[in-house]
Design a binder for this molecule. Structure first.
Ligand code: NAP
Length: 255
């Protein structure tokens, strides 16, 4: 399929956490809009599957198997993308993990690992990407946070702290990078059906459903379409925002 005439035709995007779930759906959404892609995660085989899906839209796609919490690997990856794909227009920081546990039983390792992957790695990518993004006329950073960063969640103090930290990073970078036309926004998904939520007990799923006004759990495409829109020229005047994409879950009790 040709990418001619599409809204992101000729743009280059990095998507982290692209091996499955929301990241894979974002990769597909950007590819369908015509963007060339650099796909980041640790699982190379799964990245190759995402690449094959993206290539069905007629775009170029690189796979970059790496751990996002490795600052040198991140810097090298961004350099490789600009050299091989000819620049950088879009950075989607989506890689993330959870290590849940109540505060009194939470190990320092579980705290640090979540902060390293869900927050510090985003700093690594933004720092490495800032210069090439400023050269783009349509620079975009989208940070995938969570409504847990807004409303909190028992058993997720580490994750909520990291995801709330992304709001401050997003707003600060919106101010730092706006002068060259780069926008920086965060999306805050609610309950989305992926590997991350697959092992949650049925009771939590049922209770979550009761608190969602649109009365269904989310799917990766719900997030991917909003990220796709934020990358388009039509969203050029939107920056520094945190956009919940949660079926209304963060509004509080239903009915
Ligand atoms: P997922 O299915 O578990 O996917 C997580 C992705 O992150 C995978 O591609 C994984 O790839 C990558 N990743 C994790 N640690 C990494 C590391 N150290 N280095 C490189 N890549 C790493 O989760 P998901 O539900 O799609 O979540 C995507 C994002 O949405 C996350 O930031 C998550 O916090 C956020 N979110 C999800 C929900 C939800 O309900 N699902 C709600 C709110 C926010 P590898 O394992 O191959 O490295």
């Amino acid at each position: 399929m040709s990418s001619e005439g599409k809204s992101l035709q000729g743009r280059v995007a990095i998507v982290t956490g692209a091996s499955r779930g929301i990241g894979r759906a974002i990769a597909e959404s950007l590819a369908q809009r015509g963007a060339d892609l650099a796909l980041v995660a640790r699982n190379e085989e799964a990245l190759n599957e995402t690449r094959a899906l993206a290539e069905q839209s007629g775009v170029r796609a690189l796979t970059l198997p790496l751990d996002v919490s490795d600052a040198d690997a991140v810097k090298g990856a961004v350099e490789q993308v600009t050299a091989e794909l000819g620049g950088l227009d879009i950075l989607v920081n989506n890689a993330g993990l959870t290590r849940d546990g109540l505060l009194m039983r939470m190990s320092e390792e579980d705290w640090t690992q979540v902060l390293d992957v869900d927050l510090k790695a985003v700093f690594y990518f933004c720092r490495a990407a800032a210069r090439p993004l400023r050269k783009s006329a349509h620079g975009r950073i989208i940070n995938v946070s969570s409504i847990v960063g807004i409303i909190g969640n028992a058993g997720q103090a580490n994750y909520a702290s990291a995801k709330a930290g992304l709001f401050g990073l997003t707003r600060s970078l919106a101010k730092e990078l706006g002068g060259k036309g780069t926008t920086v926004n965060a999306v805050a998904p609610g309950f989305i059906e992926t590997d991350m939520t697959a092992s949650l007990p049925q009771e939590i799923r049922d209770n979550s459903l009761k608190s969602i006004p649109v009365q269904r759990l989310g799917v990766p495409r719900d997030i991917a379409e909003v990220v796709g829109f934020l990358c388009e020229d039509g969203a050029a005047y939107v920056t520094g925002t945190v956009l919940p994409v949660d079926g209304g879950m963060s509004l509080g009790s239903v009915g």
